[in-house]
Design a protein around this ligand. Structure first.
Ligand SMILES: [Zn+2]
Ligand SMILES: [Zn+2]
Length: 255
């Protein structure tokens, strides 16, 4: 790309701060005050432009979150953090709640049968725009699905979604912790580094995966942690399509 093309891109593109991995009170391990309204208010107050709500194996708080965000200066991407058969966490980002709901049907069909025992795992709250509890999700959301990493990536892509290997630097629940490596046939759109690892260290440890775009996110389970790590995207606008373009190399990603 010529120098002028770079100058042009910098003129057209705006810098958006994104935290694409946040758990709501639907995740059993998240705090109960992680309601969609409070997440949105906190993210807006911290100057975050784009967030993704990525609950474990469920998408049932997305609609409420998207509605609350409609009149606010923030973009919410529908997402889920899905646990594969190998016990790796895969972040799935979608262009619409409908696609996330379709993925949720697949995930629900592949979770073990049984009832969540709140005493051990925590409550799984589905809430409305006023922070009131609509119902408790009783599924075993914290468990692994019966879908392989490859099955999940393929299913996410079949819905036009983006598949991100979650927190690859973590010693549990990451593709690398579970398999030891990311194989060539795993068609991830991006890799995520957790807030535990600085970029320079990640670049040294994971240099063999430089072919992927990398992001970092908060993986917030409480309000305090929202935005503790963010990724800057240089995009024409804050949208799923623009993030997808950036992952394909058409746009700058910084953290
Ligand atoms: Zn995770
Ligand atoms: Zn997470």
């Amino acid at each position: 790309m010529s120098e002028w093309a770079h100058v042009l891109i910098n003129l057209i593109m705006k810098r958006f701060i994104a935290d694409l991995h946040i758990h709501s009170c639907l995740s059993p391990c998240a705090e109960l005050d992680m309601t969609p309204r409070r997440i949105i208010d906190t993210a807006v107050a911290r100057g975050i432009d784009i967030i993704a709500i990525s609950d474990h194996n469920s998408a049932e708080n997305l609609e409420t979150t998207m509605r609350i965000a409609q009149n606010k200066d923030i973009t919410v991407l529908p997402a889920m953090e899905i646990t594969s058969y190998e016990e790796a966490h895969i972040l799935a980002l979608f262009s619409s709640v409908e696609h996330a709901a379709t993925m949720q049907d697949i995930v629900y069909g592949s979770l073990p049968k049984g009832v969540n025992d709140e005493r051990y795992t925590g409550y799984q709250l589905i809430v409305n725009e006023a922070d009131e509890i609509i119902t408790f999700n009783k599924r075993l959301l914290i468990n692994a699905t019966s879908l392989s990493i490859k099955d999940l990536v393929d299913a996410i892509h079949s819905m036009g979604g983006l598949a991100v290997a979650g927190h690859i630097d973590r010693e549990i629940f990451s593709v690398i912790s579970q398999l030891g490596f990311i194989s060539d046939d795993m068609a991830f759109d991006a890799l995520e580094i957790s807030c535990n690892t600085e970029k320079s260290r990640a670049e040294a440890v994971f240099k063999e995966y430089a072919r992927f775009p990398w992001i970092t996110s908060s993986d917030a389970h409480n309000l305090q942690d929202i935005g503790r790590r963010t990724t800057a995207f240089f995009l024409e606008e804050a949208s799923f399509d623009e993030i997808a373009r950036a992952f394909k190399g058409d746009g700058k990603i910084e953290w």
